[in-house]
Design a protein around this ligand. Structure first.
Ligand SMILES: [Zn+2]
Length: 292
């Protein structure tokens, strides 16, 4: 396994960018022909803010003074973390490490929805009124600043190996683009894939405006955690293609402004709703809405 470790270590950045941009272009083409939602994607209106956040996040991630790989190396050299302390066999440690890393992502995502302060930051991702490959990195940069220390501590506690971490990051990069793509996978194949992996249809439910659906399907890579912790929700293909996406209170064009998205976590509830929504609140309550 050390040969794979050496190879990945030397080529991790080109591999990650290659997977990211390669899949981005491939799925952008597929989205045009085999789409789940027939609604116009309004790329000219939505993409500038999404691309802006993607560029900002690439800069922020690159500027972070620590990386998971550094922490993992430190844990391995100093025998820190359960897998290192108990000298678990490499292949077993790899499987446990991958499962644990995937679980941590699920747990952080759950916290992003359940802790009000974190939801203020994470809702930037959910304000997109359509989802396609451009939604993949539509996150507020603060979200990475919150995630990173939690991930570092988790790596130290469990002793996730550098190889495990590099393999997971490549897998996660591919899955992040795949699950946000507006693509339609043949039903039987999609059902087969979702036994193990999160599919675009499964993640689309998570972007619903209806809160019980927004608060479901937290998985980013493996679907097992949502099944295990009963946060899994399904929807028929027909309902998926017609469902409203985003957050009920932000269906207007503010969600397409990069500046508004960057300031959203710092806005009070009332300020972020704005006069438009407050006026709407005086109308009869809609049957389904996201009242977070
Ligand atoms: Zn979410």
């Amino acid at each position: 396994m050390s040969a794979v470790d050496d190879l990945l270590r030397a080529e991790i950045e080109p591999l990650q960018y290659g997977i990211f941009f390669g899949l981005l272009v491939t799925l952008a083409i597929i989205e045009v022909f085999v789409f789940r939602s027939p609604n116009p994607p309004q790329r000219k209106l939505r993409w500038p803010a999404n691309v802006g956040l993607t560029i900002l996040n690439i800069i922020v991630i690159g500027a972070l003074p620590v990386s998971g790989l550094l922490v993992s190396d430190y844990a391995q050299v100093n025998d820190i973390g359960l897998l290192n302390i108990f000298e678990v066999a490499p292949l077993t440690a790899l499987v446990i490490g991958l499962l644990f890393r995937s679980f941590i992502s699920w747990l952080i995502h759950l916290a992003m929805h359940k802790v009000p302060l974190l939801w203020h930051v994470h809702r930037v991702h959910h304000t997109d009124t359509y989802i396609d490959i451009s939604t993949t990195v539509r996150f507020h940069p603060i979200e990475f600043l919150i995630n990173t220390p939690i991930l570092m501590v988790s790596i130290l506690l469990v002793g996730i190996s550098p190889l495990t971490l590099m393999l997971y990051e490549l897998f996660d990069t591919a899955m992040a683009i795949f699950t946000h793509a507006n693509v339609r996978i043949p039903k039987r194949l999609e059902r087969f894939i979702r036994f193990v992996l999160v599919t675009p249809d499964m993640h689309r439910v998570h972007h619903s405006t209806w809160q019980p659906e927004t608060d479901s399907n937290y998985g980013a890579t493996l679907s097992v955690w949502d099944h295990l912790f009963r946060t899994y929700r399904d929807k028929s293909p027909d309902a998926l293609s017609k469902m409203q996406l985003g957050l009920t209170e932000f269906q207007d064009d503010r969600s397409r402004s990069l500046w508004w998205l960057l300031t959203l976590p710092f806005q009070s509830e009332r300020a972020s709703l704005g006069a438009h929504t407050i006026l709407q609140d005086s109308q009869p309550t809609p049957e389904k809405g996201n009242d977070k």
